[in-house]
Design a protein around this ligand. Structure first.
Ligand SMILES: Cc1ncc(COP(=O)(O)O)c(C=O)c1O
Ligand SMILES: N[C@@H](CCCC[NH3+])C(=O)O
Length: 385
């Protein structure tokens, strides 16, 4: 098992903190590389999932690229060693100074979502005497079976260029001297476990390719985004998703034109399972239906349960007593500051070490200082050996 925690050592660290299992991260990266290499697929890591320098450096060591959504993510990726030729900059609202950062560093590609954005990039590139390589993010109107806040590929979402606007956008690209059209980009949502959604995406892309053939303007890059889900219920039994099946879907269903490359932007599936939020029980308080285990981590440290009603497995690492049910809550002045209701835990007392699992993606990176709390720190397994 990957996640046998070094409890004695962890117990000495001031809580709350994120603990990263670097061996699991390495193994996950190894499997992704092995499976993607079968088809010469290009992997970019979605930095937004976890931008810790140690993690970025590890991902870069495997030769993957970086998918960034802000100027600061571009800078952090370059600082962690990613070559500029593997840095991509996406996002629906790029500010001028972020575009300048991308152009100054000659990044591989901007994923562009609208005509006004194309015009601004062209104007800035002209001023800087540069050419911006651009992939068009297309909203494929494919429904991903996931939480409504994390679908992105539907017409009602703010992301991407609508299919009916695509010809107009391609005409615009042709008129702009400082824009070079290199690819098309899609992303249908996050935490997707039903691979059929990806089959539908492949079909939609195959249909779209006809338009590019007709216009004799074939994009080199087909970026199919990320979104592969992880098993939040069973992190030990399923420490990584089935990457083999995932990549095979694209090999089976995506029809490529000569010279086309397939790119992926995986975030959660890379780092989700290697991170755990560690916290200690401050108080156990009797409730009407269930008791409350009040812990020293709050929604400021891990906002997913409060924001998306997301499930994270909760474990008491230091008690072996008989089980009882607890509402596991944080110290923050919000009723939504709750990590789980009626959670079965071994009888819990003040000082017990609580692990909130599968918190490596969209955990630490979404932490904030609400209630003027300090940001959680990060501890890496290889520093504890
Ligand atoms: C455009 C884009 N690419 C990649 C990702 C990474 O997604 P995930 O972490 O689900 O793999 C996201 C987040 O949903 C995204 O919006
Ligand atoms: N933050 C979301 C995922 C967003 C993905 C980015 N588009 C989560 O925690 O599940």
């Amino acid at each position: 098992m990957y996640n046998t925690f070094p409890i004695e050592k962890l117990n000495k660290v001031e809580t709350p903190f994120y603990y990263y299992n670097m061996r699991l991260l390495d193994n996950t990266l190894k499997v992704i590389k092995q499976e993607a290499d079968k088809y010469d697929y290009h992997i970019h890591y979605a930095v937004k999932a976890n931008a810790n320098k140690r993690i970025l450096e590890r991902v870069n060591a495997f030769g993957f690229g970086a998918d960034c959504v802000s100027g600061n993510e571009v800078s952090a990726s370059l600082a962690a060693g990613f070559p500029n030729s593997k840095v991509v900059f996406a996002g629906v609202g790029k500010a001028d100074k972020e575009i300048i950062t991308g152009l100054e560093n000659d990044i591989a590609c901007f994923n562009v979502e609208s005509i006004p954005e194309l015009e601004v990039i062209d104007e800035i590139a002209a001023r800087m005497k540069k050419t911006a390589r651009v992939a068009l993010r297309i909203n494929p109107n494919v429904k991903a079976n996931t939480h409504k806040y994390i679908t992105t590929g539907l017409e009602e979402n703010k992301f991407g260029i609508y299919l009916w606007d695509l010809e107009k956008v391609l005409d615009k690209v042709k008129q702009l001297d400082n824009i070079k059209f290199v690819g098309i980009h899609f992303h249908i949502g996050s935490q997707i476990n039903d691979l059929d959604s990806y089959k539908m995406l492949c079909t939609r892309i195959n249909e779209l390719q006809e338009l590019f053939v007709k216009r004799r303007n074939i994009p080199t890059i087909i970026n199919v985004g990320g979104g592969l889900g992880i098993d939040y219920e069973n992190p030990d039994e399923n420490p990584m998703p089935d990457f083999e099946a995932f990549f095979k879907i694209f090999d089976d269903f995506l029809e490529l034109k000569k010279g086309q490359e397939v790119h992926f932007e995986l975030g959660r599936s890379v780092v989700g399972q290697c991170g755990t939020l560690m916290s200690k029980v401050l108080y156990v308080k009797e409730g009407i239906n269930t008791d409350f285990a009040i812990i020293d981590a709050g929604m400021s440290d891990l906002i997913r349960p409060a924001l998306y009603q997301a499930y994270h497995k909760i474990e008491n690492l230091t008690s072996e007593h008989e089980e009882n049910k607890y509402d596991v809550v944080g110290p923050i002045c919000e009723s939504s500051d709750c990590f789980g209701k009626a959670v079965s835990l071994p009888a819990t007392v003040r000082g017990d070490l609580i692990a909130i699992r599968s918190a490596g993606a969209y955990g630490e990176v979404m932490a904030n200082q609400y209630n003027l709390r300090p940001l959680p720190i990060a501890i890496y397994s290889d520093e504890m050996e």
